[in-house]
Design a protein around this ligand. Structure first.
Ligand code: GFB
Length: 313
C-alpha cells in the first residue's frame, strides 16, 4: 500500500473508521475515498456496486457496521444481524468484483465462545456456544470472517480479518442507553457531576472483566496488517490491559471528577464474564498499544467535552 494508493474507508464517521482515516491522513496517504450514509447506503447492493465501479478503490478498510453496547445488542437483534450481513457481504463482494487489491474486515472479540479459555487465541473460534446478549451480532461477524476466507480460497481475493477487543476513544457513540460501557459511563458521570447528583448507577455486578483498547492504537494495527499481513487466519488485537467493570467505573469517576458514589444495578445484565484476547500474533508483527487506559480515558473525556457536552448542555 504505497502513499498514492486509492483507499476506501467504509464507516469513516464511526469510532473505528474515523480513527483509521485520521491515521492514514497523518501518515501521508492522499487518495482516500469516503461516503457518508446519505450518499451511499451500504445495505443496498446495487448502490455499492455502482460506487465500486466508479471509484475503483485498491485498498478497502471495512469498518462500517451496526454496533452498540450490551443493551442495544439485545434490543435490536434483527437490525444487528441483517444490517451487518448486508453491509459486509455487499462490500466484500464488490471489492472482489471491481478489482480491489486487498480488503481488511473488522470483526469483534464477541465472536468467541462465552466461556473460552483466557487469554483467547484465534483458533478458539467456533469451539463453543456464544454469549446470548450479543449472539446476533457475533453470528453476523463470524459470517463476515467466513466470507473473507471463502473469497480467498475460491477466488484468491486478498481479504484479511482483524478481531479487536472492546474499543473506546474519540468519535464514539455516547448514547446513554445504547452505547458501550466507557462512553455510557463518561456521559452518566459527567451529567451527575453537572447536576450535583450523589450517586451514579453502573449496570450489572461490577465483576465482569474486560480488556479495553484506545481506538487510535487499533487504527495503527489496521494499517500495519494491511501493509504486512496476508493470511487466512484471523488476527486478535487487544491491549492486554484487563480491568473489572467496578475498576473501570472508578477510573471513569476519577477522570470526570465526580465525587459521589457508585451503585451497581444488578437488574442489568453482566454479559460475558471475561474477554481477554491473546494478541501474540499481531505483536509478533511489531504492533504495540501506545495508550494506557488512564490516558485514553482522559483523551476521550476531552473529546466528549468538546464535541458532545458542548452541544447538549
Ligand atoms: O460495553 P458493553 O456493552 O460491552 O458492556 P460487552 C461491558 C460491561 O459493562 C457489561 C457493564 O458487563 C455491562 O453490564 N456496564 C455497566 C455497562 N454500566 C454500563 C452502561 O451504562 N452501559 C453499558 N453498555 N454497559 C459488547 C457486545 O458486549 O461488546 C457487542 O454487546 C460488542 O456486540 C462489544 O462485541 C465489543 O463487552 O458486554
Amino acid at each position: 500500500m504505497d502513499k498514492s494508493a486509492r483507499i476506501y474507508v467504509a464507516g469513516h464517521r464511526g469510532l473505528v473508521g474515523s480513527a483509521i482515516l485520521r491515521r492514514l491522513r497523518s501518515a501521508g496517504f492522499a487518495d482516500i475515498v469516503v461516503r457518508d450514509r446519505k450518499e451511499l447506503d451500504l445495505t443496498d447492493q446495487a448502490a455499492v456496486n455502482r460506487f465500486f465501479a466508479e471509484e475503483r478503490p485498491e485498498y478497502v478498510f471495512l469498518a462500517a457496521a451496526r454496533v452498540g453496547g450490551i443493551k442495544a445488542n439485545s434490543a435490536f437483534p434483527a437490525d444487528f444481524i441483517r444490517d451487518n450481513l448486508l453491509i459486509q457481504t455487499n462490500v466484500i463482494d464488490a471489492a472482489y468484483r471491481f478489482g480491489a487489491a486487498k480488503l481488511l474486515f473488522l470483526g469483534s472479540s464477541c465472536i468467541y465462545p462465552r466461556l473460552a479459555p483466557q487469554p483467547i487465541r484465534e483458533e478458539y473460534l467456533l469451539s463453543g456456544p456464544l454469549e446470548p446478549t450479543n449472539e446476533w451480532y457475533a453470528v453476523a461477524k463470524i459470517a463476515g470472517i467466513k466470507t473473507v476466507q471463502a473469497f480467498r480460497r475460491q477466488y484468491g481475493f486478498r481479504g484479511i480479518s482483524l478481531m479487536p477487543t472492546n474499543l473506546y476513544g474519540p468519535g464514539d457513540d455516547f448514547d446513554p442507553e445504547n452505547a458501550h460501557v466507557i462512553p455510557a459511563l463518561i456521559r452518566r458521570f459527567h451529567e451527575a457531576k453537572m447536576s450535583g447528583a450523589r450517586e451514579v448507577a453502573v449496570w450489572g455486578s461490577g465483576a465482569p472483566r474486560r480488556e479495553f483498547l484506545y481506538v487510535d492504537d487499533l487504527a495503527d494495527a489496521c494499517i500495519l496488517l494491511m501493509r504486512v499481513y496476508d493470511g487466512e487466519e484471523i488476527v486478535n488485537v487487544g491491549s492486554g490491559e484487563e480491568v473489572t467493570i467496578a475498576e473501570l467505573a472508578e477510573a471513569v469517576r476519577r477522570t470526570v471528577g465526580f465525587e459521589g458514589n457508585i451503585a451497581f444495578d444488578r437488574s442489568k445484565p453482566d454479559g460475558t464474564p471475561r474477554k481477554l484476547l491473546d494478541s501474540s500474533r499481531v505483536r509478533s508483527l511489531g504492533w504495540r498499544p501506545a495508550t494506557a487506559l488512564a490516558e485514553g480515558l482522559r483523551l476521550t473525556y476531552e473529546w466528549f467535552l468538546a464535541h458532545v457536552a458542548a452541544k447538549c448542555w
